[in-house]
Design a protein around this ligand. Structure first.
Ligand code: 16G
Ligand code: ZN
Length: 533
């Protein structure tokens, strides 16, 4: 049964704040950490039920608010293969989180059990972790109360990155099978990735040190541990590692700051020599931004689109060199935020698809390719190798030494890349591999194509739900008439492109614009914002 008495007892300790409404969105539940106690407790119950529904396979729970300010927190569920929670459960999660009282909570849970036909006699297993936020420990206790209330067998993965938690979920669920994803521990993750990295860069010139901005978050802990496994194969220097200084997390640093402000994070100014590459992680280490300063001290950003083009073209070349290009097709997935110049560069070389914002959309679209490369411009992304592609790698008999080398590289890439979700540390090693193979500095990488100047603004509106989009968020269907007025404006700008979409994580509408020069891009963005307001 549902352990109703025990759920009631624990639920009384975690009452829902009456005035608040919570929504399981693109990033799970995310808001002020101090308001999330009841939500996280209930997510503990949900995770247990999700596991029972999936025959006792292990579900992941991550407590993080990623790049958000330190006072925010959040919680999301990870499905057994290390992927985002299945979309249909987002609505169940929302209704369970919003049940106003303990009795209403019991009702919501019972409805869920009946609707999706959960066999309550099945075991429930969960693995959970948190980032470094000060509100984390208390929220973890609430989560554990949820586990106790339902009798969940729970494993505490401690303080770790979001992508490592995703890795653990997949490793636990594939343990002992022929699809084993690796040892189910943080050490297993570091060992797997560092071994693949060492094979991939064997014989390549040793790069100059890489400076990593850890956003004063959990990435600092993971990167420091990783450094021990990487040894001198990749000299790194960590900055913004103050995980316990109040207010430091994501403050003027980290991947989101760099992408949004298009400038150097604090703490790096004096460290970088001209041309030396550096990168920023975000608060839970699932986003990555590269950049460098040129001789004149100007900042150049290498964002998710630049990573995507670098990686996709490298993989296409390897597939061809391995003699597999007639059997294995590489494709790229982007969102409307991808810089128009990146789309043009990629589309001249391989299939490119545009999907709505949010990792789950990109991930699912990438699964349709033999090898699917997906990155959001904000630096979140990964590469997926389909099972049949991996089988082809295993069976293929190379006919020349060059083919054999390329094939080995591809196999090692499947080990280096965290295929469950975007992973800043794994992506960073991937970028380093490509740069080493191509003997590129950041400057050569950046010169593959020139970004179109662009501008992103947010607009506070009375009701963002009034904004509905189509064509992968590139066009508005409502409010009616607005898209036609945007089109009319865009036509006046050379190389102009603009779109408007409601945010999935903030109560605002976002306006993106690009044009052939910066002034025009800014002006277009503000004029479109003027139409929205
Ligand atoms: C979340 C998404 C990210 C997306 C962003 C857009 C996940 C894990 N994260 O952070 O992919 O780019 O939301 O935010 O799906 P927005 O809807 O507020 O623009
Ligand atoms: Zn993140």
């Amino acid at each position: 049964d549902l352990h109703i008495e025990s759920i009631k007892k624990f639920s009384e300790l975690h009452p829902k704040p009456t005035e608040l409404h919570f929504q399981y969105g693109t990033a799970g539940f995310r808001t002020l950490g101090s308001t999330l106690d009841s939500v996280v407790f209930r997510v503990g119950l949900l995770a247990g039920l999700r596991s029972k529904k999936l025959d006792g396979r292990t579900i992941g729970v991550m407590v993080t608010a990623s790049h958000n300010p330190e006072q925010d927190n959040g919680v999301k569920l990870v499905d057994p293969r290390g992927e985002m929670l299945e979309a249909s459960w987002e609505a169940y999660a929302t209704s369970v989180a919003n049940a106003p009282t303990t009795d209403a909570l019991i009702d919501a849970l019972q409805t869920l059990v009946q609707t999706v036909k959960i066999d309550l006699s099945k075991p429930a297993k969960v693995v959970y972790a948190r980032d470094t936020r000060p509100s984390g420990p208390a929220l973890i206790s609430a989560l554990e109360d949820g586990f106790k209330a339902l009798g969940v067998e729970a494993r505490d993965a401690g303080v770790t990155t979001t992508p490592i938690l995703h890795y653990l979920v997949k490793a636990i669920n594939t343990k002992g099978s022929k699809e084993s994803y690796g040892e189910d521990s943080e050490e297993g993750y570091f060992r797997k990735l560092s071994e693949a990295f060492k094979k991939l860069i064997a014989g390549k010139a040793k790069p100059e040190p890489l400076v990593i901005d850890c956003a004063n978050g959990v990435g600092a802990l993971a990167a420091a541990k990783f450094a021990e496994y990487l040894g001198d194969t990749l000299p790194i220097s960590l900055v913004n590692t103050s995980i316990s200084s109040p207010g430091a997390l994501n403050n003027a640093c980290g991947a989101d700051f760099v992408k949004t402000m298009q400038r150097l994070p604090s703490g790096l100014g004096d460290l970088l020599k001209p041309g030396q590459r550096a990168c920023s992680l975000d608060g839970d280490a699932d986003r990555l931004m590269y950049y460098y300063l040129d001789e004149r001290g100007s900042f150049h950003m290498l964002d998710g689109d630049k990573i995507s083009t670098l990686v996709a073209t490298f993989i296409v070349d390897l597939v061809r060199l391995a003699g597999l290009d007639s059997e294995i097709k590489v494709g790229v997935v982007q969102t409307a935020y991808a810089n128009g110049a990146s789309t043009k560069y990629l589309a001249a070389r391989l299939p490119v698809k545009c999907v709505p914002t949010g990792v789950k959309h990109l991930h699912h679209a990438a699964e349709h390719y033999d090898i699917g490369v997906y990155f959001e411009a904000n630096g979140h992304g990964t590469v997926l190798f389909s099972q049949s592609t991996q089988d082809k790698f295993a069976k293929h008999e190379p006919s020349t030494p060059a083919q054999s080398t390329a094939l080995n590289h591809l196999v090692n890439l499947t080990q280096l890349i965290n295929q469950t979700v975007g992973d800043a540390l794994s992506d960073m090693l991937l970028v380093e591999v490509v740069l080493a193979h191509k003997s590129y500095t950041g400057i050569e990488w950046n010169s593959l194509y020139a970004d179109l100047p662009n501008r992103l603004v947010k607009v506070v509106v009375a009701d963002r739900n009034a904004f509905k989009t189509e064509d992968a968020e590139r066009r508005l269907v409502s409010p009616s008439g607005l898209q036609a007025r945007i089109d009319e404006l865009v036509r006046k700008y050379e190389g102009g492109r603009s779109f408007v979409r409601p945010s999935g994580t903030e109560d605002v509408v976002r306006v993106y614009a690009e044009a052939t020069n910066k002034t025009q891009a800014d002006e277009l963005a503000f004029r479109v914002a003027g139409l929205v307001y």
